[in-house]
Design a protein around this ligand. Sequence first.
Ligand code: ZN
Length: 105
Amino acid sequence: MTAPKLKPCPFCGGNNLKIWDNSVECVNPDCGASGPDLGHCVGAKCRIEAIAAWNTRADTATWNAAIREAAELLGKAAKNQTPARAETVKACGRAILALLKEEKE
Ligand SMILES: [Zn+2]
């Protein structure tokens, strides 16, 4: 079984990553993010699980960043609009931010 490819660090975007048996660590000295910690686990199978967990986290961070950006753009779009349009755009922003909240639960 080939180890899956690591996605870039969700915090700094770096690709200088160290794979441990139970987690992945970003080696960028300005970042140092690591995780998710799988607890006591040793061996190749654990490293593959650590990579999968890291990649899931990277996907979540990318998703959350995109959601925040979309909500920000909607906030800007609501300015200088008629009250009805502004309310529609703000409602869209609230719906998008609710997705972020769901993601955390
Ligand atoms: Zn990093």
